[in-house]
Design a protein. Structure first.
Length: 260
């Protein structure tokens, strides 16, 4: 028959059924009650208990109840069957154990959800930061591309000299804004006690230091520098190897040179 109120006895039977601790005969009888009697009250309780048990299975190692525990639960079920006429009674130890297990399942499930949410939140924050970084790089690249394709830019090529004939550089010269955007390639990095120094070579007068730099492990370097307004007309540019920090005038060997 259908039940209209969830008593302690009904709750205990649903709990024992949910953990498969009934004898075969009782299990079949209870399953028939759920299906043929269409007892919504008992079915709902069983489903909720099974859901809690499934949550526990995702958070702690799976194991079956020991034979002693299962026998104790079955004995409790038999005692419960003989006392079904009583509406109130003290919960059995087996039922207390089951209640603790279900509570542990709910707690473990909650901890698992919180841990998962924390990991997901950290992952989302990391991906958001990376996306913002990539968007910034993309904007910079678009700006650079637009500038480099502008007719205001003059392109100057530098060739490798001496022991680095494979090296090269390209300068994009914005004559309107008096700025150089420099790209160096295949120029091996120098040791810490040395540096590369880029020079403005005017048509009249001595060379003027433009920048000191070193290359990346792959031989590349990128930098932007202003062209002084009082430097006058330029006839060339060059890169030399100098002591760390650079010098007022070139003293080392030339590694790159380009005529303007």
């Amino acid at each position: 028959m259908k039940h209209l109120q969830l008593t302690e006895d009904l709750l205990e039977r649903a709990s024992i059924y949910a953990v498969s601790a009934m004898s075969e005969g009782e299990r079949k009888d209870y399953a028939r009650h759920l299906e043929e009697d269409d007892c919504t009250l008992c079915r709902t309780e069983v489903l909720e208990l099974q859901a809690a048990m499934h949550a526990l299975a995702f958070d702690i190692p799976q194991s079956s109840p020991s034979p002693a525990v299962k026998m104790r639960l079955m004995a409790q079920a038999e005692v419960s069957a003989s006392m079904r006429g009583l509406q109130y009674r003290t919960p059995s130890r087996g039922f207390e154990w089951l209640a603790w297990l279900i509570s542990a399942a709910a707690t473990a499930a909650l901890v698992g959800v919180l841990f998962l949410n924390s990991n997901l939140r950290n992952r989302v924050e990391s991906l958001s930061a990376r996306l913002a970084e990539l968007e910034t790089q993309l904007v910079g690249q678009r700006t650079t591309l637009a500038a480099l394709t502008s007719p205001r830019f003059r392109v100057v090529n530098l060739a490798g000299l001496g022991t680095v004939p494979q090296a090269g550089a390209r300068i994009f010269w914005n004559e309107t804004e008096r700025r150089w955007l420099c790209y160096v390639s295949e120029l091996p990095p120098v040791s810490n006690d040395k540096t590369y120094q880029l020079w403005f070579v005017p048509q009249n007068g001595a060379a003027v230091s433009a920048n000191v730099f070193n290359t990346n492990p792959d031989g590349s370097a990128t930098f932007e520098i202003p062209v002084p307004a009082d430097i006058g007309a330029l006839k060339a540019t060059a890169v030399t190897t100098e002591p760390a920090g650079g010098l007022p005038q070139p003293s080392g060997s030339f590694v790159l040179f380009g005529a303007l």
